[in-house]
Design a protein around this ligand. Structure first.
Ligand code: CTP
Length: 409
């Protein structure tokens, strides 16, 4: 009864897996408890070989979960543990844990909890450099990121095995700061776009040359998908028009797959009437083969091959004419080295396309990367943002867009 009357304290589930860095999790628990956060600790069997559950129990002042069926008499407790929690933070996260989570396994209490969670999840990897750089681990980490898991670190430095390289778990203070930054951004975004309809384009386009070949570009679609996810989290009804990418659809987002610039333009114009905000993140081809061959083009020895290209429709510029009431946001990638040059080119593009907001970045930095550094250009000038993880950046950008839309109305 007394429990019910208390104002709920923020609560974090701290998962610990079997790495030498497990001792640092004790400091992590201590920092959070000191900050007034309730910490529920869940440990794998391997973690218990590195640090005693008793230590974590003493620091958190709560029972430590190590067994799948612990507390089963009170219902399915291990699943319930994440309900109402602000986050699950797994630190350290071993290569094995990342692999199991990427696969959606539920073979111990921690992995089951992660699969059944409704809250955000963070992992702080810690392992030997070879394990970290192994393609299998990198594949698993990429998978986790697209599933919406926030990956913190690792750092480079001297590792427990004596080798030097990437694989050190982030220091506990940095993990605490990163989790707090995530929530500060989330609180700011809140439901800022509730009741709004947002349409985005993302990824590259593919313009056929013949039935087996085409012109495309190196856009991964990650930034557009992260923005779609962030817009949905901010309460918007989101339509995502995606070029050819192999990314999973963020939850709550309606996706329309297209291949070429014309199909992308058709999909945008067919749905734009109902939209409040349009964000063009796609790297749309500016030119397409004028007459794609119906049959595969054959190699003619010693002849050069000339392709005739015709310009495609500029979706964003066209929207300024067709749907001026929509808040239009462009995303431009430039290849210049200096921020000033990028901003100057971007501003010219913003004027040309008649956009209230253009987000500009260095193409070399952004393509396929998991983080990005952008400059916002609007009627009030250039506003640079620091480099950050694409999912954090997406939430920040949604906040910037929502604020501008509010000012406009
Ligand atoms: N864009 C578009 N339709 C096109 C080309 C671009 O809607 N046919 C949008 C992109 O989605 C992006 C913005 O325009 O939001 C800027 O794209 P970018 O390729 O940088 O601009 P371009 O106009 O193609 O300029 P350039 O390639 O000359 O830099």
């Amino acid at each position: 009864m007394a429990e019910q009357n208390k104002v709920a304290q923020p609560r974090i589930v701290l998962g610990i897996t079997g790495s030498v860095a497990a001792y640092k999790a004790a400091e992590l628990a201590r920092l959070w408890v000191k900050a007034g956060i309730t910490v529920d600790v869940v440990m794998t069997a391997a973690a218990c070989r590195f640090i005693a559950p008793l230590t974590l129990q003493a620091l958190s002042g709560r029972p430590v979960w190590t067994e799948m069926w612990q507390g089963a008499q009170d219902g399915i407790q291990h699943v319930a543990l994440s309900r109402g929690a602000q986050a699950i933070v797994v630190a350290p996260a071993t290569a094995d844990f990342l692999a199991r989570t990427a696969q959606g396994r539920a073979d111990d209490v921690l992995s089951t909890l992660c699969l059944a969670r409704e809250c955000p999840m963070f992992v702080a990897p810690a392992m030997n450099v070879q394990m970290w750089t192994h393609p299998a681990t990198q594949r698993n980490v990429a998978r986790l990121r697209t599933d919406g898991v926030n990956v913190l670190g690792p750092n480079a430095g001297e590792l427990a095995c004596g080798e030097i390289g990437e694989g050190r778990m982030l220091p506990p203070e940095e993990i605490v700061a990163a989790v707090s930054a995530h929530f500060a951004e989330d609180t700011a975004v809140g439901k800022m776009l509730a009741g709004r309809r947002v349409m985005l384009t993302a990824g590259p386009t593919f313009e056929a040359i013949d039935p087996v070949r085409g012109l495309t570009n190196r856009s991964s679609g990650k930034m557009g998908f992260a923005l779609a996810r962030a817009a949905a989290q901010a309460g918007a009804e989101v339509t995502l028009i995606a070029g050819p990418v192999a990314l999973p659809t963020p939850s709550g987002v309606t996706r329309i797959d297209v291949v070429n610039a014309q199909e992308m333009a058709d999909a945008v114009f067919a749905h734009v009437a109902r939209v409040d905000i349009f964000i063009g993140v796609a790297a749309v081809a500016d030119y397409a083969p004028a007459a794609p061959a119906e049959q595969k083009i054959k190699k003619e020895t010693s002849e050069t091959l000339t392709l005739t290209l015709r310009p495609t429709i500029d979706i964003l510029a066209e929207l300024a004419q067709r749907a001026p009431q929509v808040f239009r946001v462009g995303f431009a990638a430039e290849t210049q080295n200096f921020a000033q040059d990028i901003a100057t080119l971007g501003e010219a593009k913003r004027q040309r396309k008649n956009l209230p907001l253009l987000i500009v970045n260095r193409a070399q930095d952004a393509i396929n990367a998991d983080d990005n550094e952008v400059i916002l250009l609007d009627d009030n000038g250039a506003h640079p943002l620091p480099r950050m993880d694409k999912s954090l950046l997406a939430r920040r950008l949604i906040k910037e867009i929502a604020q501008r839309l509010r000012q406009k109305n």
